[in-house]
Design a protein around this ligand. Structure first.
Ligand SMILES: Nc1ncnc2c1ncn2[C@@H]1O[C@H](COP(=O)(O)OP(=O)(O)OP(=O)(O)O)[C@@H](O)[C@H]1O
Length: 622
């Protein structure tokens, strides 16, 4: 049976950055929770951090009753929808998102198609975007031949791993809800509110709508559309919402409610032609606020200077929980946290990318990933993704040929590996390596049985490294352990997956150090935008006309302008733009900075780095 949307009471809240959209939704959610009970309300936010901030604002109004309102992200909700037996059977998947390391194995499995890597990546991007836009509603959306074949291979490979890849999650959940009445009633709320809809994919927006039975309110601002958490944010969704709900009540918010100074900064950015003449005006009652430009000589000075700025704010009475630093990358995040802590300020960083790196092809270079994979095997000896990865580590092609031949048998991965155990697997390159890894994996799981917490992680590390290491890599311990808990393997594996695929901040009393695009949902009193230089924003390729065509350059500029607009407007009172003027050549190369000039200073080749092209636009100088 196919789902037909019923008439929902719909509200569309539109307005620029800082005009009170979230506040309206919080107010609405609180009123509805009081009227119809907190369990009748669900709030969808663009990122886990935004959900945390929304829940805190709701708590201020509702007290403990706020705990019974579901405040979540469409991604987490999609996995809940996919977590029942009917969904598992119809999708052939477990509700488990692939981590970045696991995605590398998927990619290698797709390379057996023989398609050149560049073309393969382009086609994958097309599939991923199309899934998020539900293009597969049209049965003829794929061209026959190479395109349809690669898509089939991708779906088969994901089915073999029984896992879900991020751009697919909301698509699978939408389709499951459309098809299953039982699923719809199990995941239904009388009232749904959706915040920052411009940062959500089309499938995420529709998923939230499918969860509503009586009313839906969606808030957004197409000008602030940035890739924050969903990989393909869909700004047009706000207009589509209006088309689907022609009787939707429109709430248009025009006054920027934060400080006058940050209003001017956001307004100045909006003057960019990319925004087609949109405007923003501070509300009459807003306080003045302040804008600071922190110019430093080099990165080390910058970290010091930015931290000193926030230490001064702390002395003036601003709590650390009301401060944020937006950073261009994890190097800046680490250094800012260290500089803030050195000044006695608590700070916590939200990673820009999953912290589990390494080279899966070389055993010695991927110990943390192998330890975490082994933990998954101990947690669930039938974990198909974990077995796929475990039996591929250390091989140049991650044993993709062997897995291709295992997959072709039409068995599940667990059944196919059982056949390997009994020597009944088809002959293929690398099959012996898979058989050996399988045996080692089973032995390891048996030896680790009964342990928990850090001792389990340490024992797995010892076994995985053949005794060379006796203590778990710190990144694995950070991902798996919670304060004072000696959890079993399953709890630690679940926690690590969640921290990798849905990262958030846990310390509510610390300065939030977040990537530029992940300030969604935050309203810090004082915001420092660090590393505000050319190369970080805009990125180096933007300036390189041999790499970037004029068309592409325009698109990059428009995307950056949206990022900056969404970011500067977040500061409640004080905005500080921090940049540095020089660094050594090696650092500049590694960080992909845009080098203006190279000079010899004290025998070191030193590069001049200019502040971001956006700085003058924000400050409003000619
Ligand atoms: N009705 C109101 N009266 C006074 N202040 C308000 C009102 N609504 C919101 N605010 C304050 O204005 C600021 C911005 O509000 P809010 O975060 O809801 O805006 P937003 O449009 O969701 O912002 P963003 O675009 O950054 O997500 C917050 O500090 C909030 O407390």
């Amino acid at each position: 049976m196919t789902y037909e949307p019923t008439a929902l009471e719909a509200v569309r809240i539109v307005g620029g950055v800082g005009t009170g959209k979230t506040e309206r939704l919080v107010e609405r959610a609180a009123d509805l929770a009081l009227a119809d009970g907190p369990r009748s309300v669900a709030a969808f936010c663009a990122t886990p951090l935004a959900a945390r901030a929304f829940a805190a604002r709701l708590r201020e109004r509702l007290g403990d009753a706020a705990d019974d309102v579901l405040v979540t992200t469409p991604r987490a909700f999609a996995l809940e929808v996919l977590d029942d037996n009917e969904a598992r059977a119809s999708t052939g998947r477990d509700p488990r998102l692939l981590t970045a390391v696991e995605e590398k194995f998927l990619l290698e499995d797709l390379k057996v198609s023989g398609i050149r890597p560049k073309r393969l990546r382009e086609m994958l991007k097309f599939f991923y975007r199309s899934w998020t836009e539900l293009a597969d509603d049209d049965p003829d959306w794929l061209l026959p031949g190479e395109e349809a074949e690669l898509h089939a291979l991708l779906k088969e490979s994901l089915g073999f791993m029984r896992a879900v890849i991020e751009p697919e999650a909301a698509n699978l959940a939408v389709n499951h809800l459309r098809e299953s009445e039982a699923a719809r009633s199990a995941h239904r709320f009388a009232h749904v509110v959706v915040d920052d809809a411009h940062c959500l994919s089309r499938a995420s927006q529709l998923l939230a709508e499918l969860a509503a039975s009586t009313s839906i309110a969606m808030a957004g601002d197409a000008d602030a559309c940035v890739r924050a958490f969903d990989s393909y944010p869909y700004a047009a969704g706000l207009d589509e919402f209006a088309e689907r709900h022609p009787k939707a009540r429109l709430v248009q918010l025009d006054a920027y409610l934060r400080s006058k100074v940050t209003a001017r900064a956001a307004e100045n950015v909006l003057a960019d032609p990319a925004f087609e003449g949109h405007a923003l005006a501070a509300s009459d009652g807003a306080e003045e606020g302040a804008l600071a430009v922190l110019a430093s000589d080099d990165p080390a000075d910058e970290f010091e200077r930015a931290a000193a700025h926030l230490a001064d704010a702390a002395r003036a009475g601003v709590p650390a929980s009301h401060m944020a630093v937006a950073v261009p990358n994890d190097v800046w995040a680490r250094n800012m946290v260290a500089a803030l802590e050195a000044r006695g300020l608590r700070a916590e960083a939200l990673p820009a990318r999953q912290p589990l790196g390494g080279d899966a092809r070389i055993l010695e270079r991927c110990l943390p990933a192998r330890v975490l994979t082994a933990l998954n095997l101990v947690a669930d000896p039938n974990d198909a993704t974990a077995w796929r990865c475990w039996c591929g580590f250390g091989d140049h092609l991650l044993n993709s040929a062997a897995f291709a031949s295992l997959r072709k048998q039409g068995l599940s991965l667990a059944e196919a590996l059982a056949a390997v155990d009994s020597g009944a697997a088809p002959h293929a390159v690398g099959m012996q390596r898979v058989a050996d890894a399988r045996r080692e994996g089973l032995e390891l799981a048996a030896r680790a049985d009964g342990l928990s917490g850090r001792s389990l992680l340490d024992e797995i590390t010892r076994l995985v490294s053949d005794g060379a290491e006796t203590s778990a890599p710190s990144v694995v311990a950070r991902l798996c352990l919670a304060d004072g808990e000696a959890d079993d393997a399953a709890s630690m594996a679940r926690r690590a997956r969640e921290r990798l695929t849905m990262p958030t901040l846990s310390d509510g009393d610390a300065v939030a150090v977040v990537p530029y695009d992940l300030a969604v949902g935050l309203s810090p009193d004082t915001l420092v935008i660090a590393g505000f230089v050319n190369g970080f924003i805009p990125c180096r390729d933007y300036f390189d006309t041999t790499v970037t065509t004029l068309d592409k350059q325009e698109k990059m500029h428009a995307a950056d302008a949206r990022r900056i607009y969404a970011l500067v407007g977040k500061a409640e009172r004080v905005l500080a733009l921090s940049h540095f003027a020089s660094t050594d050549l090696e650092t500049a190369g590694a960080l992909k900075l845009k080098i203006d000039r190279i000079r010899l200073r004290d025998g070191v080749r030193t590069c001049s780095i200019a502040p971001s092209d956006f700085l003058t636009a924000i400050v409003g100088e000619a």
